[in-house]
Design a protein around this ligand. Sequence first.
Ligand code: TV7
Ligand code: CA
Ligand code: ZN
Length: 370
Amino acid sequence: MSTKAAYIYHHTMADVILGPGHPMQPARLAITHELLSASGILDQLLCVEPQPATKAQLQALHDKDYVDFLFRAASPIADKDQKCVYLCMEALFMFPDLYKYYALCAGGTLTAARLLIRGEAKIAINWGGGLHHGKKDWAHGFCFVNDIVLGIIELLKFYDRVLYIDIDVHHGDGVEAAFNNTDRVFTISFHQFGNEFFPRTGRLEDCGEEEGQGFAVNVPLKPGIADEAYRNMFTPIMERVMAVFNPNAVVLQCGTDSIANDRLGSLNLSAKGHAECVAFICNFKLPTMILGGGGYTVQNVARLWFLKTAVATGLDGQLTEKLPANKYYNFFGTGKLNVPSDATVKDQNTAEELELIRSKILARYDSGTG
Ligand code: TV7
Ligand code: CA
Ligand code: ZN
């Protein structure tokens, strides 16, 4: 590969604290960055510092009133009634640099889109992005903007068909909703589902509407699924989607809350198993945007994003089973790179249930049309 992969990072994002005890810790960005730097992989990437998205750029998805509200939100003049309108359950989590932080999330993903469009990179990574729950006029699930939708809108100016793949443990509801009625964006989300698990949407039956019918797929999973069973869902379904939809560009949301021992998710993938999914998608050699998302056991998020950066850029031959010497070494607990599945966790999905989900999805595309 002649062009380098792009890696988008703004150091000020990592210093943000969303609130006391808040599971979302932007510091994981700095820890990932440190591993990339310490391993020498960073030197082999095209490092790009993003500009914050402008109000006009945010308005490609978000309502003007909501954007104005966000801009003022962190300040004391923010109106309490307005908070109730726009934030729903998120009202507790306002923090001082909120606008700056989310504008950089979105700016990073827009930068990634432009690097792909201009052919300056074939892979563009923004671990600070991946905020798949954001809606046009309200905040949802830690996502005050939806950088993914903004990035896909940008890609659609150049590419006919964009495939969105979401392996965060939560349903990618905001992205699915934004493109539910179009056949130009195919969305697929693998997620934990059932027992009121957030955000409670993403049923197997939900597969797009109007022009978009058949252009959304949901793969609902129960707690405890590990590498082999997940791979047996992911690989055949993605193979078929690629063949049927034939995308010009791919956006992969890589929330790491689907690996073992996450603070919020209850799936049981290993880091290597999760990274294999990324390798599988990158092997199609399409222009690919790789984004972050969830991931709440901070050390493991850094391990996995480090591993995935190497895998996605074809530099994983330079990795060893051990983490490189780095300034957070003690924080990692063990010096191992992989996060193994937890052998004491039982897979609550039966083979029959998984087979039924897989065959129902594949059957929709049997005739060879989307
Ligand atoms: C993409 N789960 C985002 C995932 C967003 C999940 C939720 C929490 C949570 C919030 C906290 C906190 C928490 C231990 C966990 C219905 C509620 C329940 C607030 C306490 N600890 C992504 C969003 C999800 C905030 N929200 O997909 C501050 O868990 O379940 C809910 C909503 C109402 C609000 N309460 C939680 O991964 C980036 N929140 C501790 C402090
Ligand atoms: Ca998902
Ligand atoms: Zn998540």
